[in-house]
Design a protein around this ligand. Structure first.
Ligand code: ADP
Ligand code: MG
Length: 520
């Protein structure tokens, strides 16, 4: 791995320059003046040392042992973790993701820094843990008067937490200002497009993505770096680098920011429709599933109507993937009945016909495609296997990829493009049911928006039915006709999406909703 170099600029914290200091000075400042919380908490913790020991180590060495022990408990208490001996003696691998992240945050706050930098600290967490972490950060910052720079691709998190927002595109800040001002009427087309891609828990937005993808370093276009993806571009944008202008207190780097700022908001709302028949394509009844001796799903039931999209939501560990893997034929330790198109699915080997009709799309598009095969080969395989007449070019077109993509290896594609290839491969089988397990969780909001629009369109136009697994409740509004809530391997609630989200019956659903971050 190459290490980045600073070629210029300044970092000033509380009147003191941070860069270009002798190594011992900057080491001392790190932690005590500015502390850093990384995306992956395990990267910040030493796997072979107990967490109590790790916290104690960073505390002031001049205090007595008892004082430091007391401080360790205090620090843990601040982030709402247990303070008992058993917990303090645990190793990092004995913590959940959310607990590990809170330990790292506790360590960052322990030295009372002036500034805390958090780099996507909740990206790996589900909404419940995310809500705890966000509330903790907010509370500690206020209580100890610590300023925070919170790095995230999730604008809803920005909505919950931040006072000010800086929007970065292709290595430049393109908009900077108070959150309320920026969110209410963005000055930069990129900010505007990002906001249009954010799903909402309160309304069924039609999500729109941003065409193309961000240019890699070294391949940045002339003029405005965003111009070739921009809805507002003029000829001048391709040649002139936009200066920074200030409009009503907000900085923006766009030649047309005055105009963009005056545009009314364009988010349109429309609930997913098209579920026409009363017929059921998939019915899961009394499903119990286990890994080894441990029972994970307990008598779960759900039904997917023909041409409908059923969202399966719940915290991580609730059993969503297990259920979808049972339906997709990837997990066989189950009991109960799974009925597909009025016929019971056997426990053992599935017929080719059944394997063709139910297609499973994975969460991680980076692992789902064979890295040694070109896109053409990847998509052609099921076409040949199932004797389908469609061509690779037609399938690429259906997922809005240019035919040239076919010649490339997956490594050359972005995450969103790979997920489109995975969808094209599934479509090659002409399936009746798509099982989508967190298919957008690894993607940025704008890419997520275009994948959601694509899936919704395929469902409406091809009469597909879908089981859509997600931990993101806001997303459900934009894609699912019905919603099933899973907790601890049991269904706690199910019904039409609007009913479940607007008038939840289960306390658990209410808590999930309350913990889902929203733009304000
Ligand atoms: P979700 O998708 O809702 O996050 P999963 O279905 O992946 O939940 O997991 C449900 C439970 O099953 C969790 O407690 C998880 O630890 C356990 N589990 C998942 N996969 C395995 C496995 N391969 N072996 C043993 N336990 C597993
Ligand atoms: Mg899962």
């Amino acid at each position: 791995m190459r290490v980045g170099h600073l070629v210029g600029g300044e970092v000033d914290i509380d009147g003191a320059e941070l860069l270009g200091q002798p190594a011992d000075v900057s080491r001392r400042r790190r932690g005590s003046v500015v502390a850093y919380v990384p995306q992956d908490p395990t990267a910040a913790l030493n796997p072979v040392l107990r967490i109590g020991y790790q916290i104690r180590e960073i505390l002031d060495v001049h205090d007595s042992k008892e004082d430091r022990e007391a401080r360790v408990r205090e620090v843990l208490e601040e982030v709402a973790l247990p303070t008992d001996d058993e917990f303090r003696q645990r190793y990092p691998h004995q913590l959940s993701g959310g607990q590990a992240q809170r330990v790292v945050i506790a360590m960052a706050f322990a030295l009372r820094p002036k500034v805390l930098v958090l780099d996507e600290p909740t990206t790996g967490l589900d909404v419940t843990n995310q809500a705890h972490v966000l509330a903790t950060v907010k509370d500690l910052c206020e209580r100890h008067r610590v300023a925070a720079v919170y790095v995230t691709h999730d604008l809803a998190v920005v909505g919950e937490l931040a006072h000010r927002v800086a929007v970065l595109y292709a290595g430049q800040i393109v908009e900077l200002g108070d959150k309320q001002d920026v969110f209410a009427a963005p000055r930069h087309p990129y900010t505007r497009a990002l906001l249009a891609a954010v799903p909402s828990v309160t309304e069924s937005r039609v999500l729109t993505g941003i065409a193309g993808h961000a240019p890699a370093p070294g391949q940045r276009p002339s003029g405005c770096r965003f111009h070739d993806r921009c809805d507002y571009q003029t000829e001048e944008c391709a040649t002139t680098e936009p200066p920074v202008v200030t409009i009503e207190g907000v900085l923006a780097r766009c030649l047309r920011s005055e105009h963009v700022h005056r545009q009314p908001a364009t988010t349109t709302t429309s609930a997913p429709t098209g579920e026409t028949s009363q017929e059921t394509v998939l019915e899961v009844a009394n499903l119990t599933a286990w890994y080894g001796r441990q029972e994970i799903l307990h008598q779960v039931g759900l039904a997917v109507p023909k041409n409908g999209c059923v969202a399966l939501v719940g915290e991580s560990g609730s059993g969503k993937s297990t259920l979808s893997r049972c339906v997709g034929g990837l997990h066989t330790e189950w009991d109960g009945t799974i009925t597909f198109d009025n016929a019971e699915i056997p426990h053992g080997k599935r017929t080719p016909e059944l394997r063709k009709r139910i297609q499973y799309i994975f969460q991680n598009p980076y692992l789902a495609l064979n890295p040694r095969m070109t896109v053409n080969e990847i998509i052609r395989r099921p076409l040949v296997l199932f004797g389908q007449t469609a061509t690779v070019a037609e399938l690429l077109d259906q997922v809005s990829l240019p035919a040239e993509t076919g010649r490339l290896l997956p490594a050359r594609l972005s995450g969103g493009e790979r997920q489109r290839v995975a969808i094209a491969r599934a479509l090659a089988c002409e399936p009746d049911l798509l099982v989508c397990d967190e298919v957008t969780s690894a993607l940025d909001v704008s890419v997520q928006a275009s994948i959601i629009a694509l899936l919704d369109n395929l469902r409406r136009t091809r009469g597909l039915s879908m089981l859509f697994v997600t931990h993101n409740l806001a997303l459900v509004r934009s894609i699912a006709t019905r919603t099933v809530v899973l907790a601890g391997g049991r269904t706690v609630e199910s019904g039409p999406t609007e009913r479940v989200l607007d008038n939840p019956e289960a306390d658990y659903t209410r808590t999930l909703l309350a913990n889902t971050p929203r733009l304000r």
